[in-house]
Ligand binder design. Structure first.
Ligand code: NAD
Ligand code: ZN
Length: 243
């Protein structure tokens, strides 16, 4: 059996929960008091741009009040010290992975601190509020919108993610409900290519059955423990889930 060299880590809203950012499906199935379909679809943006822009303005402003937690810090340490390949794929739109100094990571569902031009497709860094009609720095159209991948839109960097999944020896999912596709299907892709699979989540997720091993608990505890374990392997002998 092969050792572990290439790792893909998928993170979701649960990794940022201990930093004080609400997860997607809080009490009553609402995201910060809103139905997901009212703030996270192209139809919602077309119907009420003021509401959708304001929703993400509040989320963007709230980033200034939170800091990375022990789980983000541990993944940044893994990134700095792991000698093999690593790709951290986050579904999160916050910037806590990069503020913890993770480098080998990407945002598949967009970023609060970015604006997307609906006219020309260019993306630009954004801080502060983003009122509807804001002008694109590239083409000048008053067409900037939050750079968030809405339901029904194509996530970013799928080719790069698929390639990393096909090459990985270990796929780890952290703090995600396993309800949002295509991310929810990554575990099965990784398994298909022969990877070991591990889930770290507060409670069993919709996808738990697909993982060889699931550890339940808070990310702020589980992730630092797991990273310490990984950085202690000699790389050629590790057998996750086996003695
Ligand atoms: P989700 O809210 O659907 O699921 C969160 C999961 O995290 C749940 O399974 C929950 O049990 C678990 N969890 C909660 N607290 C935890 C903790 N302390 N430690 C470990 N696990 C914990 O989130 P999702 O699966 O990421 O899907 C939601 C979508 O919502 C994403 O696409 C994302 O873009 C968006 N979103 C992002 C943020 C953010 O950027 N921080 C916040 C809310 C929603
Ligand atoms: Zn433009």
């Amino acid at each position: 059996m092969k050792g572990i060299r290439n790792i893909v880590v998928l993170t979701g809203a649960g990794i940022s929960a201990e930093s004080g950012i609400a997860t997607f499906r809080g009490p009553g199935g609402l995201w910060e008091g809103h139905r997901v379909e009212d703030v996270c679809t192209p139809e919602a943006l077309a119907a009420d741009a003021e509401l959708v822009h304001r929703f993400y303005d509040v989320r963007r402003a709230a980033l200034a009040t939170v800091v990375p937690n022990a789980a983000h810090d541990a993944l940044a340490r893994l990134d700095a010290e792991w000698p093999g390949e690593l790709l951290i794929v986050t579904q999160n739109v916050d910037d806590l992975h990069e503020r913890a100094a993770a480098k080998r990571m990407l945002h598949m569902h967009g970023e609060l601190r970015s604006a997307l031009c609906a006219a020309c497709g260019s993306r630009e860094a954004w801080s502060g509020d983003l009122p509807p009609g804001s002008a694109c720095g590239a083409c000048g159209a008053g067409a900037l919108r939050p750079d968030i991948v809405f339901f029904g839109e194509m996530p970013y960097e799928m080719e790069r993610i698929e390639a990393a999944l096909a090459r990985c020896d270990l796929f780890v999912s952290i703090g995600t409900s396993g309800a949002v596709y295509p991310a929810a299907g990554f575990v099965q892709t990784a398994r298909h290519y022969g990877a070991e699979t591990l889930e770290l989540n507060l409670d069993p997720s919709a996808g738990s059955v697909f993982f060889a091993e699931s550890r339940m608990g808070a990310a702020g505890v589980l992730v630092p423990d797991w990273v310490a374990e990984v950085l202690g392997w000699d790389g050629s002998t590790f057998r996750p889930g086996r003695s």
